[in-house]
Design a binder for this molecule. Structure first.
Ligand code: KPL
Length: 306
C-alpha cells in the first residue's frame, strides 16, 4: 500500500514512521521537519515500560511540504482539527482510494468528506507521541489505532486499511461502532485536556482531588450530550474510559497542555466547543464544559491565537 500522512506533528510522525517500515509513505510536513526527515530520516525513540523494547526505530519515509496533487491508496490525516479544512482543500486536488482521520475532536470527518472525493474513515489513536525535535519523535506510550466507517457499520475499505496498519506492526482494531467510540474519546478529552492544560499538570492529576471532580463532571456532561445525539454512552462507561486513559497516561502531558506550554493554539473548538454547541442545539446545559471552553478561549485570545 502507499500512503500519504498529512500532518507530521507528534502523532503523524509516529504513525507515518511506523507505517513506513512496511509501506511506501509520504509525509506532508512543515519545512523544518521536512528538511530533517529528508536529510537523516525519521528517528522514533521510546523509553519506559513496554515501550523501550520496541524502539529506537529508524525509518525513511518520503517527505514534502506541498500537500497538493498527491496520489495514494490512502491519506491519513493527522493535522490539528483547526487545520482540517486546509488539509481537505489540499487533498481535494489529489486522488486517493480512502482517507482516514486520526485526529482529536469531532467534525473532522465531515469536513474532509465535504471536499475529498474518496470514502472517509474515522479513527482514534491512543499511542502517546511527542515530537522532540525535527526528525525525532518519542513514543511515550504504546496504544492502539481503532478505525472504521464514520457512520458505523461494516466497511471493506476499513478492513483493508486495518490490515495495512497491522502489517506495519501498529496495534489496530477495525470497529463497527465509530460514532460511539468518537464520543467516548471526546468525553475522555473533555475530562483530561483542558483541566491539565489550565493547571499545567500531567494526565494523572485528574485522578486525584481536587481536579478529579472537575474532570468527572466534564466527562459526565459530555456523555449526556452524546446520548442526546443518539449515541449510547453511559456516564459509567465514559467515566471508566476517562479514568483508565488518565491512569495509563498518568505521566504524559495531554495535547492541550503541550499546546499551552508551547504558546500554540489548542483544539478547544473541536473538543469542548463541539460539546457546548451540540448541547445548545439539544437544549442541554453543560456548565463545566462551557466554563473550561471559555477559560481556554480567553487564554488563546490573550495570545492572539484566535
Ligand atoms: O488524547 C489525548 C490528548 O492528549 O489529546 C489523551 C487521551 C488525553 C492522552 O494524552
Amino acid at each position: 500500500m502507499n500512503a500519504v500522512v498529512f500532518g507530521a506533528g507528534s502523532l503523524g510522525s509516529l504513525v507515518g514512521g511506523l507505517l513506513a517500515r512496511e509501506h511506501d509513505v509520504t509525509l506532508v510536513a512543515r519545512a523544518d521537519q521536512a528538511r530533517a526527515v529528508s536529510e537523516s530520516g525519521l528517528q522514533i525513540v521510546g523509553a519506559g515500560e513496554g515501550v523501550a523494547d520496541e524502539f529506537p526505530v529508524h525509518s525513511s519515509p518520503s517527505v514534502t511540504t506541498d500537500g497538493t496533487e498527491l496520489n495514494a491508496d490512502l491519506a491519513v490525516v493527522t493535522v490539528k482539527s483547526f487545520d482540517t479544512a486546509a488539509a481537505a482543500a489540499a487533498l481535494s486536488t489529489g486522488s486517493f482510494d480512502a482517507v482516514l482521520s486520526l485526529q482529536n475532536g469531532m467534525g473532522n470527518e465531515a469536513t474532509l468528506a465535504a471536499r475529498v472525493d474518496a470514502p472517509v474513515l474515522a479513527g482514534t489513536a491512543t499511542y502517546g507521541a511527542l515530537l522532540r525535535e525535527p526528525g525525532v519523535v518519542e513514543c511515550t506510550g504504546l496504544g492502539e489505532v481503532v478505525l472504521g466507517a464514520r457512520d458505523g457499520g461494516p466497511s471493506t475499505i476499513a478492513e483493508r486499511v486495518g490490515q495495512a496498519f497491522a502489517a506495519a506492526g501498529i496495534e489496530t482494531t477495525v470497529a463497527e461502532d465509530m460514532p460511539r467510540r468518537l464520543w467516548e474519546k471526546i468525553a475522555v478529552n473533555a475530562g483530561i485536556n483542558a483541566v491539565t492544560a489550565l493547571t499545567e499538570t500531567e494526565n494523572g492529576a485528574v485522578l486525584e482531588a481536587p481536579a478529579n471532580e472537575l474532570a468527572r463532571t466534564a466527562t459526565r456532561e459530555t456523555a449526556r450530550v452524546a446520548r442526546e445525539c443518539g449515541v449510547s454512552l453511559s456516564d459509567r462507561a465514559a467515566l471508566a474510559a476517562m479514568e483508565a486513559v488518565a491512569a495509563a497516561t498518568a505521566a504524559n502531558t495531554s495535547s492541550m497542555a503541550q499546546d499551552l506550554l508551547a504558546d500554540r493554539r489548542t483544539e478547544i473548538d473541536a473538543i469542548h466547543g463541539y460539546v457546548v454547541d451540540r448541547a445548545a442545539e439539544t437544549g442541554l446545559d453543560v456548565p463545566t464544559v462551557r466554563t473550561l471552553t471559555a477559560l481556554i478561549r480567553t487564554w488563546e485570545r490573550g495570545r492572539d491565537l484566535r
